[in-house]
Design a binder for this molecule. Structure first.
Ligand code: FCB
Length: 456
């Protein structure tokens, strides 16, 4: 059997970053504080006491980084706007309290970045919210408060009014699951809360913010494609027992269907509503219709799958595990499971019928080091990407409208609660000097893009 490894002629190859993870300059040029500035400054929250204060210093070195993208041959660059860099206090409209100050230096930064990208034919794909909420909005309740969704629409309107004449691809949110459940329930991310009702309300207001922002962006940028980026993972039962299968389906509902279903006009999945058993009284008339605003594309961030064992029944009552106990893992401890990408792409197309799809993030962390010869050799990352690109090609051949693929990440950066301890970049960053060093994977990716095919 021959492997299908080439891609359609107009396939978009890109790389992704996010504002808080790369920019640094956390308090420069009029930027307001974000929940991640505040959270990372709290002792004990981030590995090694790291913060995003400097990160990969992209705010100052963006020209050099754009040159890297050009050399790599990228067709597109996915990055996010730091909301508090545009609107230090959050909302755009001046309310009774006289808020709504726009920071011109923030607008200038993203204007210059977009212009520089377009000049060398790199298509900007903008994410409006990749987790750095203005702290001023968190102080008034954050995502569990409905007013935050209203403020988001003002921000989305400002950003798309400013950049919408040039930017053709917009994502409202990155991974609302993580914002809501890791931020407000697990507490591992900003703002670090542990409250299920807050998390459920946050998830709803994030979805609402998305649904309200879609028409605002379309108004300002009529030719634009608008979508959202979700983190999705298949849930594999650890054994064929009914108990494990039920637990896996529940896991699927919590992570995947809770977002996919309302976005696709199916409402919240009833089995999971019942599982949470909470009042959900934050859902108001018209909300579900707003959330179901049609998207031009769905972005999927894919890294791994979850293997689910039912832990509620005694082990003796379950059947033995049938999946491999020790799969190959990345430095994050995430199983390398490329087939999961193919399976999910198929599901998004054949079940949910999104008009087009992008892999908005895929990549792997490994313990990269600069070798004695000054090179960074990362064969494991090349193997990871090769296997995943091949699955993407297979999905396209099976009829999935996958239009593009963004490797996470362009360069090493601040990996949230892991700080700088996890390296996902195609390009290595020496944080002492901020020197960028191409990894083997970056050179290999350049050849993939040039050939528009998975090469050796
Ligand atoms: C995703 C995030 C991204 C990055 C990768 C590794 O969940 O969207 O910012 O941290 O994981």
């Amino acid at each position: 059997m021959s492997t299908i490894t080439s891609f359609p002629p107009d396939f978009i190859w890109g790389a992704a970053t996010a504002s808080y993870q790369v920019e640094g300059a956390w308090d420069e040029d009029g930027k307001g504080e974000s929940i991640w500035d505040c959270f990372s400054h709290m002792p004990g929250k981030i590995a090694n006491g790291d913060t995003g204060d400097v990160a990969s210093d992209h705010y100052h070195r963006w020209r050099e980084d754009v040159a890297l993208m050009e050399e790599m041959g990228l067709h597109a660059y996915r990055f996010s706007i730091a909301w508090p860099r545009l609107l230090p206090e959050g909302p755009a409209l001046s309310g009774a309290k006289g808020r709504g100050r726009v920071n011109p230096a923030g607008l200038d930064f993203y204007n210059r970045l977009v212009d520089a990208l377009l000049e060398i034919q790199i298509e900007p794909f903008i994410t409006l919210y990749h987790w750095d909420l203005p702290q001023a909005l968190q102080d008034q309740g954050g995502w569990p408060a409905r007013a935050t969704a209203e403020a988001f629409v003002e921000y989305a309107d400002l950003a798309s009014r400013t950049l919408g004449d040039r930017v053709r691809h917009w994502m409202t949110l990155n991974e609302p699951y993580v914002s809501a459940f890791v931020g407000y329930l697990e507490g591992r991310h900003a703002p670090g809360h542990s409250d299920l009702d807050e998390a459920l309300a946050a998830a709803h207001h994030l979805l609402l913010a998305h649904g309200w922002a879609v028409p605002a962006i379309r108004r300002n940028s009529p030719d634009a494609q608008v979508g959202i980026a979700l983190n999705l993972s298949g849930q594999t039962p650890a054994s064929p027992s009914a108990a494990d299968r039920a637990a896996a389906w529940r896991g699927d509902g919590i992570l995947n269907r809770w977002f996919l279903d309302p976005l696709s006009a199916r409402g919240y999945p009833p089995d999971i509503v019942q599982h949470y058993g909470r009042p959900m009284d934050f859902v108001q008339a018209g909300d579900l219709e707003a959330i179901a605003a049609p998207n031009d594309f769905l972005g999927m961030n894919y890294y791994s799958r979850r293997i689910v064992r039912n832990t509620e029944i005694p082990r003796a009552k379950n059947v033995p595990r049938t999946v491999f106990p020790n799969p190959e893992k990345t430095e994050m401890g995430w199983e390398v499971y490329p087939q999961g990408l193919y399976e999910l792409l198929g599901r998004l197309h054949f079940d949910y019928r999104f008009p087009s799809l992008y892999v908005t993030e895929n990549g792997a962390a490994y313990a990269d080091q600069i070798g004695p010869d000054g090179r960074v050799d990362d064969p494991a990352r090349v193997a990871y990407l090769k296997a995943h690109f091949t699955e993407a090609a297979r999905a396209i051949a099976a009829g999935v409208p996958l239009r593009g693929y963004f490797v996470w990440s362009l360069m090493d950066n601040f990996e949230w609660a892991h700080g700088y301890s996890k390296r996902f970049g195609l390009v290595y960053v020496d944080y002492r000097t901020q020197r960028r060093v191409w990894k083997t994977s970056a050179n290999w990716y350049r050849r993939v893009i040039a050939a528009n095919a998975v090469v050796d």
